[in-house]
Design a protein around this ligand. Structure first.
Ligand code: NAG
Ligand code: NAG
Ligand code: NAG
Ligand code: NAG
Ligand code: NAG
Length: 494
């Protein structure tokens, strides 16, 4: 008997005192929970949600007026895995008018109408904001709590003191969210004493609670996800993933939850035939929800997997983290994707190019915070194709660096640099707490670890992008900078 099975036997003996902190199952098991929506294509949104029973047909009704939901799309895609109590459902709504408010109702005997903004077309130069959240864990009994002060309807009152509360308060200020890794922190179940004999259920309970807490945001704003180390297994303790039950290993929940809703890569919006061929190659090499890209107005966003699928990937087989995950593609598939994807970005259509991943290679603190294998694999592509901003988390605080390449700051600073600007937005809040800043590389521009925070990227026009860090408890702006990029070359190669 392995250790976790022994725990489970003991927990049965111990009875309900040690039962995992599951949310109640609604008596109407078609009730949608854990709602999450995502940009799935240039004119398409994917609506994802879970139910406590398998659905023969998952349907969503939608339309541009709240009381006239005249269109309907269905799928028969109700999926689950060992140890999960719920089924993941997803429907893609395609053929949408761009940048239009749609009302939608997940079909159930117990659901209500919500709304979303459909994706802006590539090339739409309307200014907009995109929020960045990384390293966000469950709030409450099995996660973090905050004694700080306390709006989107239906948000749990306690969440108003947290990053989710701030995203709710500011819900009209941003159009979409990217979250490159570390959701819920279910693999930290053992940090709560009550869970010690009930790890398998505690893991699932944390996921259910977290995605319910996130639903008021993720069900209204496109919420774009890529993996972090906390998605890998039921535990982060090195080389123990073999003890995890089936369903809690190898990114299973993450893959089941977001695999149905994340996009591949868009067909090129460029008239250049080389770019069109490159984008279609990128489409075939994309592996959502691990690596993929999408376009939204003035920006092309590429989400990468810093956990598996590149040489010496930390969570790959035999990797330094001992989490034994992946691979999810063939050898070098991710890097071939990245090369094709970034090369095909036409900056006359989408002037801004953002790459987002979980583990940084520029960070303050201990040098173990720098993912050197990530740097070796990814950094050359970011520089070569003139990526404007690289977004990471993993280290639980807030950091901004001057544009930098090969650990050398770009002398141009924020005034039309060739090197990408880097941020770490890992301060959203989780059971592990905030990390102290520690030593700062010479190119550090801002570092903060006093309170929870997240970032807002402001796409002002084709040459100016603002980066702000927001304090979650007060909505105050902690740091504000503006990057100027000329963007006068359609296809950057340097
Ligand atoms: C209907 O859904 C709400 C949450 O949206 C839930 O609280 C309630 O228990 C559900 N009712 C039934 C009958 O399942
Ligand atoms: C077409 O795009 C490629 C890169 O994908 C670039 O090298 C080439 O110069 C472009 N051609 C024109 C006419 O812009
Ligand atoms: C993880 O899952 C992928 C895709 O299903 C599979 O190819 C890979 O072998 C799995 N890795 C391990 C260690 O089980
Ligand atoms: C790694 O982290 C340290 C801070 O501890 C920093 O001084 C160093 O420059 C970093 N290395 C790289 C490659 O970013
Ligand atoms: C772009 O935005 C910046 C910052 O708001 C502004 O100063 C500049 O004039 C704008 N440029 C154009 C061409 O609109």
């Amino acid at each position: 008997m392995d250790v976790l099975s022994l725990f489970n036997v003991l927990s049965i003996v111990a009875g309900t005192v040690l039962a995992a902190n599951y949310p109640p199952i609604p008596s109407d098991k078609t009730t949608p929970v854990q709602q999450r929506i995502a940009i799935n294509g240039p004119n398409a949104m994917a609506i994802g949600w879970n139910t406590y029973e398998k659905l023969d047909q998952s349907c969503v009704q939608y339309g541009t007026s709240e009381d006239s939901l005249t269109s309907q799309q269905c799928s028969s895609d109700s999926v689950t895995y060992h140890t999960s109590r719920t089924y993941g459902n997803a429907v893609v709504l395609s053929g949408l008018e761009p940048a239009t408010t749609y009302y939608y109702k997940i079909v159930s005997t117990n659901s209500s109408v919500d709304h979303f903004l459909s994706p802006r077309s590539p090339g739409d130069s309307t200014p907009f904001n995109m929020d960045v959240v990384v390293d966000l864990g469950v709030y409450g009994k099995d996660g973090f709590t905050t004694t700080k002060r306390d709006t989107i309807p239906n948000i749990q009152p306690a969440l108003q003191h947290t990053t989710i509360g701030s995203l709710a308060t500011n819900v009209n200020d941003y159009e979409l969210v990217i979250h490159p890794g570390d959701f819920a922190y279910a693999d930290d179940w053992y940090l709560t004493l009550d869970n010690l004999l009930d790890g398998k259920d505690a893991y699932q309970a944390i996921l259910e609670n977290f995605y319910d807490q996130l639903a008021p945001i993720a069900g209204r704003k496109a919420y774009m996800a890529s993996p972090g180390n906390h998605e890998a297994d039921c535990t982060e303790i090195d080389y123990t993933s073999g003890l995890c039950p089936e369903g809690q290993r190898n990114f299973t929940d993450f893959m089941t939850r977001f695999g149905q809703t994340m996009p591949t890569a868009f067909a090129s919006s460029s008239s250049n035939s080389t770019a069109q061929a490159g984008a279609s190659k990128a489409q075939s090499l994309a592996k959502p929800p691990f690596w993929f890209s999408f376009e939204y107005g003035m920006v092309h966003v590429t989400m990468i997997d810093t956990e598996t699928d590149f040489p010496s990937a930390p969570d790959g087989p035999g990797g330094s983290a001992g989490l034994d995950g992946g691979p999810f593609g063939f050898t070098n598939q991710q890097l071939e994707f990245l090369d094709a994807d970034l090369a095909s970005v036409d900056r006359t259509k989408t002037p801004w190019l953002i790459v987002a991943g979980h583990r940084p290679w520029y960070s303050t603190g201990d040098s173990s915070n720098n993912c050197t294998s990530c740097q070796a694999a990814f950094e050359p592509y970011l520089y070569k194709y003139g990526v404007d901003l690289a977004v990471f988390g993993h280290v639980h605080n807030t950091q901004r660096f001057q544009p930098v390449h090969n650990s050398v700051a770009d002398p141009a600073g924020l005034n039309n640099p060739k090197a990408p600007m880097y941020i770490v937005a890992g301060g959203a809040g989780n059971i592990e707490g905030l990390s102290s800043i520690g030593s700062e590389p010479s190119y550090t521009a801002f570092a903060y670890a006093d309170d929870l925070s997240y970032a807002t990227l402001q796409f002002m026009n084709s040459s100016y992008m603002g980066v702000q860090f927001i304090q979650s408890s007060t909505n105050a702006v902690l740091d504000s900078s503006v990057l100027y990029k000329k963007h006068d070359t359609a296809f950057v190669v340097q």
